[in-house]
Design a protein around this ligand. Structure first.
Ligand code: SF4
Length: 178
């Protein structure tokens, strides 16, 4: 039997409130881990991340790579017998990691997310070419995906100019509310 003090509950309560998900109903059946296509890149399986939060192991949970490797594919939640929205929990943990200023386990992933959001903020839509160029500039890595980029340009998979939404005010409102 593990007895948890209030300090342990506090972190779990925060993540529960932020994500809006009651992960305490988790059975630890590991169905989520078995169905996840990104499990190989994770240091903790999705249910293990839930366990870290339940045990109040805040630093370990916020500094683990799994919360950044999760792409919100939702295979886990669609298979989960308790219908737990695990990507929402991961999202809550990512927000908390940024808020608390902990060491980000996968800074490249955070940089990529930031660049995606930057183009949405600017144009109301993503602009893949700009995302990749800014991301590569931050990494000072210009050559590694050059071949793929050129192939995509040739096949017109990358637009040279961004397409913009008409109602820019609606986008500004969304970002202001965040
Ligand atoms: S599938 Fe659902 S209940 Fe099972 S371990 Fe994963 S989160 Fe918990």
């Amino acid at each position: 039997m593990i007895n948890l003090g209030n300090e342990h509950h506090e972190f779990a309560d925060e993540i529960k409130a932020d994500s809006g998900i009651n992960f305490n109903v988790c059975l630890h059946c590991k169905t989520c881990a078995n169905g996840c296509p990104f499990i190989e890149g994770m240091d903790y399986a999705p249910n293990a991340v839930i366990r870290l939060v339940q045990l109040g192991l805040e630093d370990v949970a916020l500094e683990c790579s799994s919360i950044w490797i999760c792409v919100g594919y939702n295979t886990c939640s669609s298979y989960c017998p308790m219908a737990i929205d695990i990507p929402a929990v991961m999202d809550g943990l990512r927000h908390k990691a940024i808020e608390k200023g902990v060491k980000i386990a996968e800074p490249d992933v955070l940089n990529f997310h930031t660049e995606v959001l930057n183009t949405v903020k600017k144009y109301g839509r993503t602009h893949k070419l700009e995302i990749m160029m800014r991301y590569k500039l931050k990494k000072m890595d210009f050559l590694s995906d050059m071949g793929l980029g050129l192939k995509m340009l040739k096949k017109r998979k990358l637009d040279l100019t961004p397409s913009k939404v008409q109602d820019k005010k609606a986008i500004e409102k969304i970002f202001k509310e965040k």
